[in-house]
Design a protein around this ligand. Sequence first.
Ligand code: 3SK
Length: 517
Amino acid sequence: ALDLPRDYNAATWFIDRHLKQGRADKVAFIDADGSHSFGQLAEKVNRAGNMLKGLGLHMEDRIAMIMLDTVDFPAVFWGAIKAGIVPIPLNTLLTTGDYGYMLSDSRARVLVISEELFDKVEPILPDLPLLEHVVISGKTAHGHALLSDLLAKSDAKLATAETTRDDVAFWLYSSGSTGAPKGAVHLQRDLPATAVHYGEQVLGIREDDVTFSAAKLFFAYGLGNGMTFSLHVGATTVLLKDRPTPDSVMKVLKDHQPTIFYGVPTLYGTILADPQHKRETGSTRLRACVSAGEALPEDVGKRWEERFGAAILDGLGSTEMLHIFLSNRHGEVRYGTSGKPVPGYDLKIVGDDGHEVPQGEMGELIVRGPSSAVAYWNQREKSLKTFRGEWTFTGDKYFVDEEGYYRYAGRGDDMLKVGGIWVSPFEVEAALISHEKVLEAAVVGEADAEGLIKPKAFVVLAPGETGSEVLAEQLQAYVKSKLAPYKYPRWIEFVEALPKTATGKIQRFKLRGGMRM
Ligand code: 3SK
């Protein structure tokens, strides 16, 4: 474990240290508005911390952030941490209903939200009595306060809160296979642990790197990639506010020539689908790429390395462990595997009885390491199942091959990872079933042409209804209107009945890879 002092606030290392180390004028972030130096960032962080205190917040109070990737994100996140206040970045792609749940579950007293996303929360604000202030990042206040105005009025000096390494620093919500999302509670010590063990020791990030993460800052993967790792070594980070499409990503690669790029398998696959996309039309300085979120198909890794001249380090991480704890290494990449344990983390593969299985056999992957969340907020039973003493149960099935590489073998539950983000089949099924023409539905993961998993729905129609392409499209549009759009089923197959157990449970395993009754 890292030798952190007991009295510890992560902002001292990640933000304020750069001023003492002569980086005040070095560029920390480049976003849609231009460049922001480490000195400017440190001042903005102080102003953000003072802003929150000025709004009446005290140590351990919580704020929610629904923020696109601009420099306002690190300013608010670190301002809160430096003041001992707990920031909770939320996925920016969710629905009004999702936000209603998370804002009331977290009891956040302040919400900082990008102006582009305000309409998603506006209808629920009257139902959130504990939410006292809404602050808008952007130029249109929508009847609330503008972050820029509040920052301008706040003091540029802020005393660091007297936290310890074991104080709660921030939360991140993780989706579950059943029920509501769970707030994973992370400590001050967790951010430096991922920056040292993965960022420095595996990825080898350096001060002269320029990094770009297509995975957004709200996501644990993006939080490390697009913020913590660079701040740990004093590197420069490019932030993309827009959705990461192949074209927008290639434009950032071309314009900013990053040396490190972090993506997810779906994105690597779609970039490769256009033969014009290559090292010469992107970044000629690329020296390392990272993939996580879902298993990287072997072929995608090999084709990317050939075309872009930089290997992809595929790894496995989780919101609960904060970042990657199992990864391929430079010079030892084995595509089609998740590599080997990251230094500082112990891994075991266990059977249903909790005992380690013999080498080569499949079981559940469990992990012990210095960045594990301590619990899920307000969810005792789910916490007990996941955080068992020092070990965190991942729910992922793995086996280790003869050379010690970990190979992914699926999920222990029915959850799907789509473009790196968890999707619960139950949620998609519930959306489908709420359509008047649908009687029953079952959703499973199906590999697309690139070998990447997407939701597929098997639908039993209500009596008198007939399946057609038009109806399938209507149902897809319907799901998109009810849930975050990335959750919609890419294929819909109409069936007479679903396979079920004697007790009426849908046997999803029979639907994977096609209907087998
Ligand atoms: O969810 C994931 O797959 C993930 C991967 C890497 C780092 C962090 C996370 C949450």
